[in-house]
Design a binder for this molecule. Sequence first.
Ligand code: SAM
Length: 211
Amino acid sequence: MRDQGGHWAWIVSRQMIELAGRRAADEGVPNAHFEHGDAQVHPFGAGDFDLAISRTGAMFFADPEAAFDNIARAIRPGGRLVLLVCQPAQHNEWITAFSTALAVGRAPQQPAPGAPGPFSLGDPDRVRSLLTGAGYVDLRLEDRSEPMYFGRNTDDAFRFVIGLTGSTLDGLSAPERARALDALRASIDTHRGDQGVRYDSATWLVTAARP
Ligand SMILES: C[S@@+](CC[C@H](N)C(=O)[O-])C[C@H]1O[C@@H](n2cnc3c(N)ncnc32)[C@H](O)[C@@H]1O
């Protein structure tokens, strides 16, 4: 993760794990243990785990073959792997809306196919090939298409989305930047409802087992 420019994610993850540890202590949960590591190389004990879960994390593995192999070794025979990963960008209204708004007429940025990022595991054939290659069996991909929540109101969601996509503004002139931000705010405003700001999203719930 660190080799692929994920230094920021590395720091944020450490802070989130420290927070999880404090919350577990505050709530008196003695049997939860938190560790900060890179799934591709972390020295998990062989067969130590019944279950490995990732919610929208596995798509960012720089070397998914290494990560799924390493995780497979850590799961006991008969144990399970459960991943939530994004379907391709064109099925996710949120990313097409944000990238179109922030592009201000430029071609929206497209990651190279298969490159680490939110949509790298969107192709079911690629998921099957990676997991089968790492020795998993009983693979299933289930469609989970649900509205995705971005914030309580327009300001809240706007701040969050800028944090998520702000690098898209790089290279814009000041007037282009202002137009991009106006377009983003307008899009967010039209997606505001009783349950906050929500956009359509599509994910795969991937389940597999270790033989
Ligand atoms: C979009 S966040 C999802 C965070 C959290 N699972 C959630 O649902 O809110 C992606 C996460 O994947 C983690 N990640 C990316 N590559 C990783 C790797 N090689 N090993 C462990 N975690 C990784 C990042 O640190 C980050 O926490």
